[in-house]
Design a protein around this ligand. Sequence first.
Ligand code: IVH
Length: 668
Amino acid sequence: MSLRAELDALKATLARYDHRYYVLDDPEVPDAEYDRLMQALRDIEAAHPELVSSDSPTQRVSGSPLKAFGEVTHRVSMLSLDNAFLDADVEAFDRRVRERLETDDTIDYHCEPKLDGLAISLTYVDGRLEVGATRGDGVTGEDVTSNLRTMKSVPLRLTGDFPALVEVRGEVFMSDAGFARMNREALARGEKTFVNPRNAAAGSLRQLDPAITATRPLEAFFYGIGAVEGGALPPTHAEFVAKLRLWGLRTCPETRVARGVDGLLAYYRDIGTRRPTLGYQIDGVVYKVNAFQQQRELGFLARAPRWAIAHKFPAEEALTQVREIEWQVGRTGALTPVARLEPVFVGGVTVSNATLHNVDELTRKDVRVGDTVVIRRAGDVIPEVARVIPERRPAGAIAPLLPANCPVCGSAVKRIDGEAVARCSGGYVCLAQRKESVKHFAARRAMDVEGLGDKLVDQLVEAGLVESPADLYRLTSDTLAQLDRMGEKSATKLAKAIESSKQTTLPRFLFALGIPNVGEATALALAEHFGDLPPLRAASLEQIQAVPDVGPVVAESIRNFLGDARLAGVVDQLLELGVRWEVQARSLGEHLPLSGKTFVCTGTLPTLGRSDAEALIRKHGGKVTGSVSKKTDYVVAGADAGSKLAKAEELGIAVIGEDELKRMLSIS
Ligand code: IVH
């Protein structure tokens, strides 16, 4: 491509992005991608000034007001901020500040989250809201007064002791919860949803009809000042922020004064770890020299103050291409589609795989090989494909299908109606399921075999030394020593760890078995309810369902597992090989409301079926028997009760109805 053609292509792409972002409030690509292209354009233009034309996006300040709104000229320009990405950038900022102030003293900074919304300016004259405007290009913004008036966090009158005229600056945003609710409602009405809270906020504030804005969950925090007439400001930014609150303006509760670079970096890390729980989106933090006198001495550069800087978090979204879509087989045979990606740096790490969760998710997002996709990695969350950029789909890209056969063992793939997951039906035949179930068995929260990592398990299973978890207990240190990169010493150590893992607890053992749908909590509930393994193995479906929080699906999954000849064989082998636990006294069972009481049900109850009533009694610790004797505590009788009722009356046993039973259980 010629340089001019490349330039034209870049300009056209950026123009399209601008339109999507500023006019439609529906960005096509992540900000980082926009910035990258813009920089590429600037670089070319810098090297070839003769190619710069007036229609280049570099020659225009983005965010020029929509013609539909009136224009507002800010009395004092709304500046932007310089960015810092690395600790070193922050150190350099602090050094520049001290050099300009000609001081070696530690500087006090006011630290604030960098809210990811849109900047606004409110002008109050004699305490009344006169004008509210967007930032626009910093000099002129859009008059959105009527829209801002609909927001609860925008006071129409200031309180307390305010200047005759004041421009206050802040950020309009949408909380994560508000955004989710709004999108949910839009979806229900069949309307389009917004990509993220910031665009939702921008789209909502720039509605031509204020009645629509009024229905949107917009919020604001205030953090800055423009023009002030007829009144004085306190000497520091921190005191000014306190003043904003006295005037009735909402401020962010996460602001703090920090001293020197160490204080700034500690604040950055603290906000960074709490970022996921703030409830609103931020893309970094802002440091402002606290003393206004020092701010005045430092002054401004062209577009940003010298006394403030934004310390940005690494971008959480980035663009890359899908090389391949593969199916991973998990411990329970579940097939998970995984996108193999052109490696990309996002959220502070390089990502080359992203889960697509399940077939439905894959279909919904319509991800295909060759697609350009937005990868998202927020906090420590597993990276995922956020969305596809349909405009960049290569011709002929085919939607991947759920394979009919397991990619690992070739067994049939089955999908139960109504379930999101498709599973390989191979069980222990499947190498992938074998590996995963052994890894799960040995995991720290399960049998806790120290030193038996995933790579080792892969080796052991691939070498045919381990087929099921029981085989672990047949390994000797001599066998282990033959593995790759395994010295005699570490083999002995591992053999010891395997041996000592035999002494465990029942909840750990039940969890380690990897029964589908049985996590740690369910394993614990089962152990507490049954006390030991034999009663659980002997229990009926109904009896298993009597365990608190165990529903029919989980109960069936447990029954199927324990009733499967091959799996039961593995359990037997484990016991024979010496896996053991201390049988605990039933702790929970004794505290249930019906513990120690024996019930007989008879007749037709008003609402509960007989087996429902019995399950309910068992679930709450009671015992149910079929015939009335002196040992019976209660007979639950309904309509048309016959001989059992007579027997109860004869023996003087309490007869209760459904209502009383429910009352005993505190349900109605
Ligand atoms: S102060 C002269 N404080 O960041 C200082 N800005 O990159 C001007 N922003 O347009 C801004 N949170 O939309 C400031 N606590 C905060 C902020 C903040 C978000 C945004 C604001 C501004 C942009 C500058």
